[in-house]
Design a protein around this ligand. Structure first.
Ligand SMILES: Cc1cc2nc3c(=O)[nH]c(=O)nc-3n(C[C@H](O)[C@H](O)[C@H](O)COP(=O)(O)O)c2cc1C
Length: 176
């Protein structure tokens, strides 16, 4: 089973991207997790751009989403909402219909950002019949460096939380 973990942050030392990278190393048996951290490379969505050959960064994202059995999305909050880059990626994917039946869950690397989470939940409920609100994992990693995040997520308690979350999501992807 393949899971794609999409980071909504284009920042080099993003806490969300780092968290997803660490989580990807804890995948249960028979599950592989790859991280999409190229949200900043997508052109701004326009239906006009769908007419010809898709821009290569868009094609790449679509191929990765198509090849996955489920998506984990983790994003910062910008100005009390979804960062433009992530919303732009979702607009491209909606148009391709790839999300309609894709199992999806959220992670979050901060204890702030409620308005972004609420807005993102509304969007994901709109685009997929298989977005699951019940399964959600968050950590408070905002001031930490990538090394500190790796250390924080490797405590036995946090490893346990991550493994339970991933096993539950893999089950959800399998069973529908
Ligand atoms: C332009 C900008 C706007 C932001 N707006 C908010 C906001 O409205 N609410 C909030 O809680 N944090 C806000 N933040 C803080 C980020 O959400 C926070 O630092 C986040 O954890 C960064 O995620 P990252 O490390 O994955 O990039 C903002 C940060 C930036 C750069």
């Amino acid at each position: 089973m393949k899971i794609l973990a999409i980071s909504g942050s284009a920042r080099r030392n993003s806490t969300n991207t780092t968290m997803l990278r660490v989580v990807s190393t804890m995948a249960p048996e028979a599950v592989s997790i790859s991280v999409f951290d190229q949200i900043g490379g997508l052109p701004v969505f326009s239906p006009d751009l769908e007419a010809g050959e898709l821009p290569p960064p868009v094609r790449d994202l679509m191929d990765q989403v198509a090849a996955s059995d489920g998506l984990i999305i983790s994003s910062p909050e910008y100005v009390r909402s979804i960062p433009g880059g992530l919303k732009n990626a979702i607009d491209w994917l909606v148009s391709s219909h790839l999300l309609a039946e894709k199992p999806m869950v959220l992670m979050h690397a901060s204890y702030r950002g409620e308005e972004m989470l609420e807005a993102l939940r509304t969007v994901l409920h709109t685009v997929s019949s298989r977005f699951s609100d019940d399964l959600f994992l968050r950590f408070s990693l905002m001031p930490l460096t990538p090394d500190q995040i790796s250390e924080e997520l490797s405590t036995s308690e946090n490893c346990h939380r991550i493994k339970l979350f991933l096993e539950s999501f893999a089950h959800l992807c399998r069973t529908g």
